[in-house]
Design a protein around this ligand. Structure first.
Ligand code: ADP
Ligand code: ZN
Length: 202
């Protein structure tokens, strides 16, 4: 890609789960490495017990090593002065401080690549993503394929025991038993808790 700025800048890769955000992040990281840039990759992780090196992996098996972080301040602390490209995956789980961190790093001349899903399972904007989209120089919003009808998918469908999960559930369920599907607006379902209960009994 052409440099959108002669100094540093922010790129956001967003969209529904399974849309290829991690694939695209890995692709950009690999190309930056080929260009002999000094690259650091981070991945937000919600589980405090998780330590050491982690990988950014895609739904079809691609992977690259990443440092796990739980808070935006950790990105700030771990970025080395000589780093030229900073990539962060699963950025929707980070605190709002990531907006300032991304701006500070871009102001220092770094290329900042952030990937994260833009909506929660209810279809509401997710975490710091709206603010990041506002300050980014470049945004790519990717779509997946709706598993119900085959149209372009934009929504994250949460399923619990195989049926659409109620709107009242928590936005983030650490270690939950829920699964996710990519769906289009038409096929996306967010029932009320009472309605979801009836679906389970059907
Ligand atoms: P994301 O980071 O956006 O969750 P990944 O990069 O991890 O996405 O995975 C993208 C890959 O997932 C696709 O290249 C494809 O092989 C696979 N995939 C599985 N389900 C779907 C789907 N419903 N629509 C599109 N791709 C899918
Ligand atoms: Zn659909």
């Amino acid at each position: 890609m052409e440099n959108p700025s002669p100094t540093g800048w922010i790129e956001v890769i967003t969209g529904v789960m399974f849309s290829g955000k991690s694939e695209e992040l890995i692709r950009r990281v690999r190309r930056a490495v080929l260009a002999r840039k000094r690259v650091q990759v981070f991945k937000s992780h919600l589980d405090a017990r998780y330590g050491g090196i982690q990988v950014v992996s895609t739904h079809d098996g691609g992977r690259v090593q990443a440092e796990p972080v739980q808070a935006s301040v950790e990105v700030m602390e771990r970025v080395r002065p000589e780093t030229e490209v900073v990539a962060v995956d699963e950025v929707q789980f980070l605190d709002p401080g990531i907006v300032d961190v991304a701006n500070v790093l871009a102001d220092r001349g770094m290329r900042v690549i952030l990937a994260g899903t833009d909506m929660d399972f209810r279809g509401q904007p997710f975490g710091p993503i709206p603010q990041l989209l506002a300050v980014a120089e470049r945004i790519d919003k990717l779509t997946a394929i709706c598993v119900v009808c085959g149209s372009p998918a934009t929504r994250n469908q949460r399923l619990v025991n195989g049926v659409p999960a109620p709107a009242e559930g928590p936005t983030i369920q650490v270690g939950g038993l829920e699964t996710y599907e990519a769906r289009c607006r038409e096929c996306h379902e967010v029932p009320s808790a009472a309605r979801a209960q009836i679906r389970l009994l059907e």
